[in-house]
Design a protein around this ligand. Structure first.
Ligand code: ATP
Length: 311
């Protein structure tokens, strides 16, 4: 590749949000992280990224879509940091550049790893744009340097995550699950939720993924899965945002099989028995919560995907 590459060359990728079907949190570690044992599921709520050739050394990002005003389009944007990491690690003497356009469908600070999804998308899009010979495992390894949640949106599907949540093993589950998501206008800071968790539980057990959850995923039955969903951060998030307790309760009152905080919140995910039950619940929740910020999604879906290469 060289700096003479046509400037209108571009690559478009789609990258999913995640929910955590189970999230077990251990004690804080000296490096500031917590040991986690989690099961991620990629769901059908996406960001789309378009990477276009730019002058050598230039990496800029522009965010559009309903959540654009909540993200800073600066050097600290995770998509920018990902593209720069790729450039620095595999760069061709500074011959490359990229303009990144992020169409954000994933809520910001919603516990659905939206920023991590953009980092994952930028890695995939720029690797394709710059024609790098990198394997999916290479990209996931680079992603883990950017953040513990970055490797999963590259992999997608359903996967167990250990260590910081970044060491992934795919789960061979069956079926398709129908979820309803109650989004929040206001985000929750992940570090604040973990700090409150440390205050509330000063001696947590070593985290593990329950065998019963993996067995439930093997059946593909939503009714089996419902009793196995768990999130250790629920009490901490509800302590910071007491309104979440009501939202969690509303779902089960109106027909969800189970209610679950997504990651560090504040998004709440409701597992339903099927598509029509999800439609009914979404409709009811819009009325009860007085907001349109309710989405139906399904999972698992695939990880970051190349949609289009324009040369
Ligand atoms: P997680 O589930 O991984 O804890 P989250 O979904 O709760 O993350 P994000 O949407 O990733 O939260 O946002 C976390 C912070 O990252 C925000 O405060 C935001 O300013 C910052 N950020 C940086 N780059 C991005 C990006 N491309 N998209 C969203 N947030 C970003």
């Amino acid at each position: 590749m060289s700096a003479t590459q046509p400037v209108d060359e571009s690559v478009r990728v789609r990258v999913p949000a995640k929910i955590n079907l189970s999230l077990a949190v251990g004690p804080a570690r000296p490096d500031g992280y917590h040991d986690l044992a989690t099961v991620f599921q990629a769901v059908s709520l996406h960001d789309e990224l378009t990477a276009t050739w730019a002058p050598p050394g230039e990496v800029v990002v522009r965010t559009v879509g309903p959540y654009a005003d909540r993200v800073a389009d600066d050097e600290d944007n995770l998509a920018c940091r990902a593209a720069r990491l790729l450039m620095n690690r595999h760069g061709d003497g500074g011959a490359w550049g990229a303009h990144l356009l992020v169409d954000k469908g994933i809520p910001v600070a919603g516990g659905m790893a939206g920023g991590s999804a953009d980092a994952a998308g930028a890695l995939l899009a720029c690797a394709a744009l710059w024609d790098l010979d990198l394997s999916p495992a290479d990209l996931r390894e680079l992603g883990a340097e950017l953040g513990a949640d970055v490797p999963f949106p590259l992999l997608g599907g359903t996967a167990v995550g250990t260590n910081r949540g970044d060491e992934l093993v795919p789960v061979l589950g069956r079926g398709c699950f129908h979820w309803v998501l109650a989004l929040s206008d206001e985000g929750l800071s992940t570090p604040e939720v973990f700090a409150r968790f440390d205050e509330l539980d000063t001696d947590p057990d070593a985290p593990r993924v329950p065998d019963e959850l993996l067995a439930a995923l093997g059946t593909g039955e939503a009714t089996e899965l419902a009793g196995r969903l768990h999130n250790d951060l629920t009490a901490a998030a509800c302590d910071l945002r007491p309104d979440l307790a009501r939202t969690l309760e509303l779902g089960t009152r109106y027909g969800a099989l189970a209610s679950l905080l997504s990651g560090s919140g504040p998004t709440v995910a409701f597992l339903t028995a099927g598509e029509s039950q999800a439609m009914d619940l979404a409709h009811t929740l819009r009325g009860e919560l007085g907001t349109d910020a309710v989405r139906r999604v399904r999972g698992p879906v695939s990880g970051a995907k190349l949609l289009q290469v324009l040369r």
